[in-house]
Design a protein around this ligand. Sequence first.
Ligand SMILES: Nc1ncnc2c1ncn2[C@@H]1O[C@H](COP(=O)(O)OP(=O)(O)OP(=O)(O)O)[C@@H](O)[C@H]1O
Ligand SMILES: [Mg+2]
Length: 504
Amino acid sequence: MAEYVLQMVDITKQFGAFTAVDSVSINLKKGEVLTLLGENGAGKSTLMNVLCGLYHPTHGKIFINGSEAAISSPASAVSNGIGMVHQHFMLVEAFTVFQNIVMGTTADRSFVIDEKKLRKEIQELSDKYGLNIEFDKKITEISVGAQQRVEILKILWRGAEILILDEPTAVLTDEETVGLFQIIRKLTAEGKSVIFISHKMREVMEISDKITVLRAGKVVENFERGAADEQTLANTMVGRQMVESTYEKVKSADVPILVSKNVNYNKSSKHNGLNNVSFEIRRGEIYGVAGVDGNGQSELAALVTGLIQPDDGELDLKGLHVGLFDPGNFIAQNVSHIPEDRNKMGLVCDMTIKENLILKAETSPEFSQLHGWKLDQKAIKNHSNKMRIKYDIRCRTTDQLVSQLSGGNQQKVILAREMERKPDLLIAVHPIRGLDIGAAQFIHDQLIQARDAGCAILLISTDLAEVLLISDRISVMYEGRMIGEFDGANPPMDKIALALSGQQ
Ligand SMILES: Nc1ncnc2c1ncn2[C@@H]1O[C@H](COP(=O)(O)OP(=O)(O)OP(=O)(O)O)[C@@H](O)[C@H]1O
Ligand SMILES: [Mg+2]
């Protein structure tokens, strides 16, 4: 029996002249959890895409159970027992869970499939690892956490012995993360091995047997479990001493920018509605909304960006009734939006970084000539280069497609575009999701600066630590209602904890 189930030896991956992964070696034993840690763009996903057969390495070898494996395609990775849950899920939304699981396998292609037998088989597998999956629901009908469990079941059913989970917890609630970790522990107890990627240090400390830190495509350090604390990991990752920030809280007495009075939307729904929601956000303050995902936060964000309209109640923006405004009207009123789902709403992935940075502003005098008829390419280029430096967007040139950026760097493009418009109101939903800790800190600094320059900010985040860190006032959403309103300078933790579970 070979000592390692997996060895990646001296792997290099270049895109043109750019080296995304540079002579990286990793080892994995049976039953181990290896974590890859690194800044946005460090090469984590690229290395894993090599392992799962999506990219051919420019150089290097892969050994499975001691023998060299030729992983030339995703299919050959699967036959070598490798399965990957990607940073952005790859499920077909219009299909059911069951269809997604069997899709593309021989069971799907053969004419006579014994569906009953298949279902039984997959159900047994699901039960064994406690995946708790409803086969006949459409992907759109299940939660993000459930979608992830479908991805896991899909690769397990294809025979994965090595599971790659690329930032699986970025979109999960704390509770779902606990559930995922239980699944990971069951998998490793059964002798499966896991490669885990996350930017959340506490999780990394909890789940990893060992940690490999990458920086700019190279391995900078390997740690065994317990050999490094959170601070050491963070410092190693960014290559400098990280100092945690603290921010002064303010009490804005300025004019209200956004006022919601008794707004209802689909109010009978506990998960997708708003029930008698009232609040106001003033110029120069950050209003933080905490809460477990799926308690109406998506609807709140949709309401204040014009994507949905209130059933009743009143919504005012800068003194205007905006109940019937569409998204274009909100943009015209200088409202910026960092959306929940960057791939669906924030970016046009097959456009360049440069183009994405000026979306919504292409006809502004800053970027156009002849009264909006012709784009001023030079101005656009200059602006995008400035943004690239300021927001540390890791790319070769801003003429690259956004789809070529790493997950976190895509998020930085949205942040740069939405924050640089100098909005009167900024709706920031999970602004640091997918960002490494250095980038997250930079964005928090920027939000505070925007606040101090007079911007009204509505922060919606499931990350309570983030809400506590930067909010001047705090509210909690539970089953479509806003519960309590707390002082951000002295947040009453006991009351907030109660509010999170629906108690006043
Ligand atoms: N298809 C591609 N063409 C060109 N460059 C690419 C391509 N895919 C990735 N890159 C570049 O390779 C580098 C590494 O990207 P990768 O996605 O591996 O980063 P990551 O460590 O996963 O970051 P994140 O934490 O943001 O997800 C980035 O600079 C990225 O722009
Ligand atoms: Mg990645």
